[in-house]
Design a protein around this ligand. Structure first.
Ligand SMILES: Nc1ncnc2c1ncn2[C@@H]1O[C@H](COP(=O)(O)OP(=O)(O)O)[C@@H](O)[C@H]1O
Ligand SMILES: N[C@@H](CCC(=O)OP(=O)(O)O)C(=O)O
Length: 260
């Protein structure tokens, strides 16, 4: 990762929350420590985080992810506060300043708004703050919604001109087929041709995950347009970020050629 100076790390709901919606504080604390360490080693670090809806639903006492749009939007408004307050506290403990950016599709598709967001990212990274991004779920309507944070993380990687996008998930990487259906499927370590693996991707099987591998490969295709490599790896142990940083092969690396 030495050559990858600017990195965007995406963590999914299943990585930072338990299935009941409580936050896995030990894991978040480790992410805050390791991401701060990587920043101090000279990386520009941007975090894209999911979890607002689950955290909010738990705080309200709903017990499960809401099914209605209004329910999700209310839960996200409550959960985003909680999420950010926890991140801020842990990152501050290790000496990092965090900055919250909540994006919707219209912001990045309108030329002027897009320029503003890019300038904001540049300014924040100059100050060595760690931008923490989520979708602005509470105000997003069908027309302006990304709908999943895998896609959002690739858009953010493009906006920041990142050198690498790391998508951390509840699984080690892309397998030849969905291992929950095909337990014999093997992990694919490197992908150069997205078309060759597109049929391997299935949806999510967890109650809290959004999109499964389909949205992750969509994210890869967005990042590829700007020649940004993507690693999909397990978020079970945040230490994996050091392994990647030290140049060890982890998960699936996507380096898509020009033709894609
Ligand atoms: N080919 C595949 N390789 C690996 N995982 C796959 C594949 N196809 C579908 N999946 C599913 O995608 C899930 C990861 O996506 P998701 O549930 O959305 O998690 P996250 O919250 O980390 O985004 C895996 O747990 C797995 O069930
Ligand atoms: N923006 C939503 C998460 C959407 C999403 O893509 O979730 P996930 O599949 O867990 O990365 C939230 O904060 O709850």
């Amino acid at each position: 990762m030495k050559a990858w100076k600017r990195i965007v790390v995406k963590v999914g709901t299943s990585t930072i929350c338990r299935s009941d919606g409580t936050l896995n504080l030990r894991k978040i604390e480790r992410f805050a420590r390791i991401l701060t360490d990587l920043k101090n080693e000279g990386h520009d670090v941007i975090l894209v985080t999911s979890g607002a809806i689950m955290v909010g639903a738990h705080k309200i006492g709903w017990g499960r992810r809401p099914a209605t749009m209004a329910g999700k939007q209310a839960a996200a408004a409550i959960g985003q506060c909680e999420l950010m307050s926890i991140y801020d506290r842990y990152f501050m403990e290790y000496g990092s300043t965090t900055a919250q950016l909540l994006l919707t599709k219209d912001v990045t598709e309108n030329e002027e708004a897009r320029r503003n967001v890019i300038a904001t990212f540049q300014e924040l990274l100059k100050t060595h703050a760690i931008p923490i991004i989520n979708e602005n779920d509470s105000i997003a309507t069908e027309e302006i919604v990304y709908g999943d944070n895998d896609t959002l993380s690739a858009v953010v990687a493009c906006l920041c001109n990142a050198d690498l996008l790391i998508i951390l998930s509840d699984i080690e990487g892309l397998y030849e087929a969905d291992p929950s259906v095909h337990p014999e499927a093997r992990l694919i370590p490197v992908v150069h041709d997205l078309d060759a693996v597109i049929n391997a991707a299935g949806g999510s099987h967890t109650e809290n995950g959004t999109g499964g591998m389909v949205t992750k490969l969509h994210a890869v295709s967005i990042a590829a347009k700007q020649h940004i490599p993507v690693i999909i790896a397990s978020g079970e142990d945040p230490h994996i970020l050091y392994d990647i940083s030290d140049g060890h092969q982890r998960g699936t690396l996507f380096e898509i050629g020009d033709a894609q």
